[in-house]
Write a protein that binds this ligand. Structure first.
Ligand code: NAD
Length: 356
């Protein structure tokens, strides 16, 4: 297999964790006889410094011409004073939209060896946590009109939330297909007791469910879902929801499994090309100190192998190497426990590569 991977090294800890992940991909390539070619695509604060914009046209072209994109994270305090349209996150939103990535998938799985890091009560954690959040990524409030005006002598702000049937159906389909490969249960999360977009969401998902009689469909209001995720996460298999609710619930879901440094994500559209990134940010507080946990990014590369390149054995090998390192008691600072061996980003990458 020959694949071209666009690499966004990003800001903060991102260059460190991306370097370890490329090392893992190279090990996979050597072991399984593949060739990965990496194309650099500057984006984020570093791109603002060098090119004046968070997503240069050249970078966008590189991503669109690639078989998949690997990203760490972008942003940091240095660029907080940029005007809204030139902030590092704008680059990411523009990239997601240009690549047509309407589905974001984040697994929330508790690693057996990290159960001590789970902040939930032991009897709740003991039931296990293994679900995925499928979030709509390029519609809703984040992509609606944002406006400031004045009303009755005061400043007023408006954000528009809109969804079409087609936008809902295509992401719901991803959720149903995924559930078929898992435990066959979809929980659709909305706020249909208040919002028009949610009522359309519920109607559309319900209609689509007729094509999936083998998958159980449940509906849940978002406020209840936020409670149920901490009360009994074992009830969930696949959660599907719109952009804003998914942003919040997927962060909550990642937190109950332990550290934010462990969780991968994939964003996909209609084709096989995807954008793979950990869910955390650029962690400027520990940047450049060899303290970052690279596992979220390494597991994102495993998702790339599985979903974009259809290579389950290679993805399994990466995931098994991560499990083996954790089982051996090796930990980065964010997941460190008494009695474990503390390592930095580079050593964690090396030990994972050694086990592939
Ligand atoms: P953050 O995720 O960067 O950091 C939150 C905390 O988690 C920090 O204490 C950090 O040290 C720790 N942490 C995060 N990732 C870690 C890792 N891999 N290993 C060890 N510890 C880790 O969130 P934040 O501080 O709110 O944001 C920092 C910057 O990142 C901001 O500029 C924000 O806009 C940006 N951000 C970018 C993305 C993205 O690019 N997708 C996502 C979220 C935040």
């Amino acid at each position: 297999m020959n694949k071209t991977i666009a690499v966004i090294r990003g800001d903060g800890i991102s260059p460190e964790i991306v370097a370890e992940t490329i090392g893992v991909l190279d090990t996979v390539a050597a072991r399984f006889g593949h060739t990965f070619t990496y194309q650099e695509a500057p984006m984020g604060g570093n791109a603002i410094d060098r090119f004046g914009v968070p997503l240069p046209e050249e970078s966008l072209k590189t991503c669109l011409a690639s078989d998949s994109v690997l990203l760490g994270a972008v942003g940091g305090p240095k660029w907080d004073d940029q005007p809204p349209e030139n902030r590092p996150e704008r680059g990411l939103l523009k990239l997601r939209a240009a690549m047509g990535l309407y589905t974001n998938v984040r697994p929330a799985r508790m690693f057996a060896d990290l159960s001590a890091a789970c902040p939930l009560r032991a009897d709740i954690a003991a039931k296990g946590i293994d679900f995925v959040v499928v979030r709509e990524l390029i519609g809703g409030l984040y992509f609606g009109e944002h406006r400031f005006d004045r009303l009755d002598g005061q400043e007023r702000a408006t954000d528009v939330c809109a969804y079409s049937e087609g936008e809902i159906r295509r992401v719901a389909r991803v959720a149903f297909e995924m559930a078929r490969k898992r435990r066959r249960r979809v929980t659709s999360v909305d706020k249909a007791n208040v919002l028009a977009t949610s009522r359309l969401w519920r109607r559309t998902v319900t209609a689509l469910a007729e094509e999936y009689p083998d998958v159980e469909l449940l509906h849940m209001y978002v406020d209840n879902a936020a409670m149920q995720i901490v009360r009994d996460p074992s009830q969930f298999d696949v959660i599907v929801t719109e952009n804003l609710f998914g942003d919040i619930l997927s962060d909550e879901a990642s937190q109950i499994t332990g550290s934010i440094g462990m969780i991968p994500s994939s964003s996909m559209g209609d084709g096989s090309r995807g954008l793979y990134e950990p869910i955390h940010g650029s962690a400027p507080d520990i940047a450049g100190q060899d303290k970052a946990n690279p596992i979220g990014t390494i597991l994102s590369a495993a998702m790339m192998l599985r979903y974009s390149f259809d290579r389950a054995a290679e993805a399994d090998a990466v995931e098994a190497a991560v499990d083996a390192v954790l089982a051996a008691g090796v930990r980065c600072g964010d997941i460190w426990q008494e009695g474990c061996r503390l390592v930095g980003c580079r050593e964690m990458g090396r030990l994972i590569r050694e086990r592939i």
